[in-house]
Design a protein around this ligand. Structure first.
Ligand code: SF4
Length: 426
């Protein structure tokens, strides 16, 4: 059975890509800690960074003042680095103090940042040394959340990729689902797959270290986020096989994603349809309500969250929008190809950023909605453009059927608000 309507113009996979490398306006990879610490309940993220890094985390995750935090910053000043040996000794002391005080911590991530003094510290060596000291109770890993040449969702990718080499080996034929989803969304996903009879499933990241996630030559994996390029490569190196699929956004994307997994596990059409019919109908109805305000409107994506391509696919095919430009920080054919196949031909596809040139293009196009980072949103609003913050898309549950209406609503709200303001001003 074909769940998809044909793609007008044959899709965008082979469309010319405008590649740009210039000044960029993005958050750094430390941002990922804000959702990862909620997901991995026995993990602690120790940022080895500067006061700027500490301020970013505190202001972006201010909500943590209500809970025992599961991230902190080991602030390094110039004088700490007078001798590298001292920096390592200081780090070891910080970690020992932390783990002594917090026996609930089972996974400790040393997160690198971009100040030059931090880059000089070999955090991989520190993680190995600290693992030897604190194993088996605590596993210490490291990754970089640096803002140099990264965009904010790469923090999650780097974190998950750091876990892949230490995952246990398994010869079992298992499905590994990769990407941090809110628990409620993850439960919906597991329930849909379970109803189809697919229950040999592991998750990366798991909620706790004891829920052993393993990988091997018989593992097949599906990504639930489009920004996991490094993790994808690390899993392939472990012999796992990727199930290519559009991302599970909207009714159509969710169905295509589930269909790809179901086909891999030999689920028959009757079972697939019986499991998906009701949530598909609910999703279509919820999308239709929000789409009333989106139909016929144009949209322009600045490259930011790496969700741009699947979202453009959802908004054009299911909500009636027209994409003017779809910018993504990176485009991986293996990951984004299935969504590009479905994206109707027409928009400029761009990779990377030269922000001034892109601002010229958005000003010339004057789209009905511009998706961009926080730094660009206010100036563009001041010029009369309607904007949507890309970062909200990562903090809001938007995957799978039950969230499809909310996902469309995230885009329709700013457009509705603008039209109400216009009416009031008239
Ligand atoms: Fe700033 Fe770099 Fe720290 Fe991110 S990692 S907060 S970009 S100093």
């Amino acid at each position: 059975m074909n769940d998809l309507t044909p793609t007008p113009g044959g899709g965008c996979r082979s469309a010319p890509v405008l590649k740009q490398r210039g000044q960029r306006e993005v958050f750094c990879g430390l941002t990922g800690i804000i959702w990862l610490h909620r997901k991995m309940q026995d993990a602690f993220f120790l940022v080895v960074g500067s006061r700027t890094c500490a301020h970013l985390l505190q202001s972006a995750a201010g909500v943590m003042i209500f809970a025992e935090p599961r991230f902190g910053t080991a602030i390094l000043e110039e004088q700490d680095l007078a001798g590298m040996k001292d920096a390592h000794t200081e780090l070891d002391r910080e970690v020992a103090r932390l783990l002594d005080r917090r026996p609930d911590i089972r996974q400790l991530f040393l997160v690198g940042s971009c100040p030059s003094e931090v880059i000089k510290i070999d955090l991989a060596r520190a993680a190995e040394r600290l693992t030897q000291v604190h194993a088996p109770h605590v596993r210490v890993l490291n990754y970089s959340g640096s803002g140099i040449e990264t965009t904010f969702t790469e923090g999650e990718d780097a974190c998950l990729a750091s876990m892949v080499p230490v995952l246990k080996d398994t010869p079992a034929r298992e499905l590994l689902l990769v990407g941090a989803l809110p628990d409620v969304v993850e439960d919906q996903m597991l329930s849909l797959l379970g109803q189809m009879g697919i229950d040999n499933i592991r998750l990366l990241p798991a909620r706790r270290i004891d829920e052993t996630t393993a990988v091997g030559a018989n593992t097949v994996f599906a990504l639930t986020q489009p920004f996991l390029g490094e993790t994808h490569a690390a899993l392939m190196r472990r012999g796992a096989r990727h199930i290519p699929a559009p991302m599970p956004f909207g009714e159509e994307g969710t169905t295509a994603w589930l269909r790809a997994v179901a086909a891999e596990f030999g689920v028959d059409d009757a079972t697939f349809d019986a499991v998906t019919a009701a949530p598909r109908a609910r999703a279509r109805k919820a999308i239709a309500q929000a789409a009333e305000h989106l139909n016929g409107k144009s949209i322009f994506f600045f490259p930011d969250s790496q969700l741009e391509i699947p979202l453009a696919r959802f908004l054009t095919r299911e909500c009636g929008m027209t994409a003017v430009e779809v910018g993504s920080p990176y485009i991986h054919d293996a990951i984004h190809g299935p969504d590009l196949d479905l994206l109707p031909a027409g928009p400029q596809i761009s990779e990377g950023q030269d922000v001034d040139l892109q601002l010229d293009r958005v000003r010339a196009a004057r789209p009905d909605l511009t998706v961009c980072g926080l730094g660009l949103a206010n100036p563009l609003e001041a010029e009369g453009l309607t904007t949507k913050w890309a970062i909200e898309l990562v903090f809001t549950p938007v995957h799978f059927y039950e969230q499809a209406g909310d996902l469309a609503g995230l885009f329709s709200r700013p457009i509705r608000r603008k039209s109400v303001l216009r009416v009031e001003a008239a």
